[in-house]
Design a protein around this ligand. Structure first.
Ligand SMILES: [Zn+2]
Ligand SMILES: [Zn+2]
Length: 492
């Protein structure tokens, strides 16, 4: 097992000419992380990137140059000496991936690694977990980490059950990749860059199982989410940043679970940008049908966003204007919509858009609004209570046991409409509270949008309000537990 280099030194101030045993440890550290080349360590780096060479055990010119480069990169006083501040940094827990020394050229702190994925769709799989947290918790940390990177770039990463591009494992000591872990502390994890040629390890993530991994906040162990986010960055082709606030900074300093501008600029430099717009107070939402199945559309003001249920990510180049994409909509229906619902029975294939006291009809297959609209809601939607003929909050068609019905929401009440009879069912409106069991507090009045899930989210109803959303299970006829959740990150 690799010794924990420099970890047990108390205080030191060494410079050129020193020969103390600590010099050997310093050289081992610098060599271990890519800053120095020792005689017994052939370098794989291209000649022009080769670090300085040193004689083992002697604080010589090469050692001094390597240490100065390390200090310069990590924004320490460039003394060329192993001083207290430098020692303190080397003693911090860190990522095991080598730093890649480079000059001060460029303002950006981030750095793209030596390789990138040639495809924008990757799968990961956990092949060996840890006793510290459950496999499900590890998979959730992976999902969250990759989602952070995917929400801002064009990369898409999903959990898969076989043929994973990215293998994730916990291991201790020598684990077969010539890159042994070092026991508790110091090196916490390492990852492998995207493939160049034929490397089975490319993209993989390894966590040192000698650490105690936790997910609570503030962390009681090493924060799995923080380290996963960092290692995932390597697996996508990012190098260490020397911005001490960045996720891609090599040293661990407690929980750091969100990307910084430096990290985002880094991943976008490799894979391009997924424009990110986080909306709250959505006007309305609808899931696509026909040629637009698999997509969800969220509307706000004069704009809309498109969400891909298969990728479970927002599509990259939104928002767009409603007027520019939804053809032949009547005047007034290209902004500030109230509600939207997909027709069923003999009305299948039609999308109904509500605004004020009127509605328009859109044909999914033709991808244009039907002529002859808008029309007044009153009269056309038969037997609706008067209050429900204008200014609806939200609308959705039932699924599963509730197929054939549309549900119209306004204030704290709802009305059920029967598609086949083409009239509102008698006995409505009713209070949302009670009739929709399990909805979180606040979701029984003044909803803003409702839409049905598709693909792996089929059978779920999503209700939006403010910055949050709730999920309802049609088959169970009950709100799912664990909600509301924020729209930010989970959708956008
Ligand atoms: Zn790293
Ligand atoms: Zn490894």
């Amino acid at each position: 097992m690799r010794s924990k280099i420099l970890q047990s030194i108390d205080a030191v101030d060494l410079g050129r000419g020193a020969t103390a045993p600590v010099v050997g440890e310093l050289q081992a550290y610098l060599s271990r992380f890519g800053w120095l080349r020792l005689p017994d360590q052939p370098s794989a780096a291209p000649a022009h990137e080769e670090p300085p060479a040193a004689a083992a055990g002697k604080f010589d010119e090469g050692t001094e140059a390597a240490l100065a480069a390390f200090q310069r990169f990590y924004r320490l006083p460039v003394t060329g000496r192993l001083d207290a501040e430098t020692l303190a940094l080397t003693q911090r827990p860190r990522c095991g991936v080598s730093d890649r020394p480079r000059g001060p050229a460029g303002a950006a702190a981030f750095a793209a690694g030596p390789t990138k994925w040639a495809k924008l769709h990757l799968g990961y799989a956990l092949s060996a977990g840890t006793a510290d947290v459950s496999d499900a918790a590890v998979r959730n940390a992976l999902k969250v980490a990759y989602r952070h990177w995917c929400l801002v770039s064009r990369m898409e990463v999903h959990q898969v059950s076989s043929a994973a591009d990215i293998d994730v494992r916990f291991a201790t000591g020598d684990h077969g990749d010539n890159n042994s872990f070092d026991g508790v502390g110091h090196v916490l994890a390492h990852a492998f860059y995207p493939p160049s040629g034929n490397s089975a390890l490319a993209g993989d993530l390894h966590f040192d199982d000698a650490e105690t991994w936790t997910r609570d906040l503030p962390p009681t162990g090493i924060d799995l989410d923080t380290v996963t986010l960092h290692e995932a960055g390597h697996s996508l082709g990012l190098d260490h940043s020397n911005d001490p606030t960045a996720v891609m900074f090599a040293f661990y300093g407690g929980a750091r679970r969100a990307l910084t501008a430096d990290d985002i600029a880094g991943i976008r430099s490799v894979y391009g940008e997924r424009r990110r717009t986080v909306w709250t107070d959505i006007d309305t939402a609808i899931d696509g049908e026909g040629p637009f199945a698999g997509k969800a559309y969220l509307f706000k003001g004069a704009d809309y966003l498109r969400y891909d249920y298969g990728e479970d990510l927002p599509d990259p180049d939104y928002p767009r204007t409603i007027a520019g994409a939804w053809r032949d909509l009547p005047a007034g229906f290209t902004r500030d919509l109230d509600a939207a619902v997909n027709g069923q029975a003999s009305f299948a294939g039609k999308l109904y858009l509500f605004k004020g006291g009127e509605y328009a009809r859109y044909d999914w297959a033709a991808d244009r609004a039907d002529p002859g609209y808008p029309k007044p809601i009153a009269g056309a939607w038969r037997d609706l209570p008067a209050a429900f003929t204008a200014n609806l909050d939200a609308a959705v068609s039932g699924k599963g046991p509730f197929a054939g019905k549309a549900y119209l929401f306004k204030g704290s009440q709802y009305v059920r409409y029967d598609w086949a009879a083409d009239r509102a069912d008698p006995g409505y409106p009713k209070p949302i509270a009670g009739a929709w069991p399990g909805l979180p507090t606040g979701f029984t009045a003044n909803l803003q949008a409702a839409l049905n899930g598709q693909r792996s989210f089929d059978g779920k109803l999503y209700l939006f309000k403010g910055a949050d959303y709730a999920r309802y299970d049609w088959a169970a006829d009950r709100g799912d537990t664990g909600y509301p959740l924020p729209i930010e990150f989970n959708w956008l």
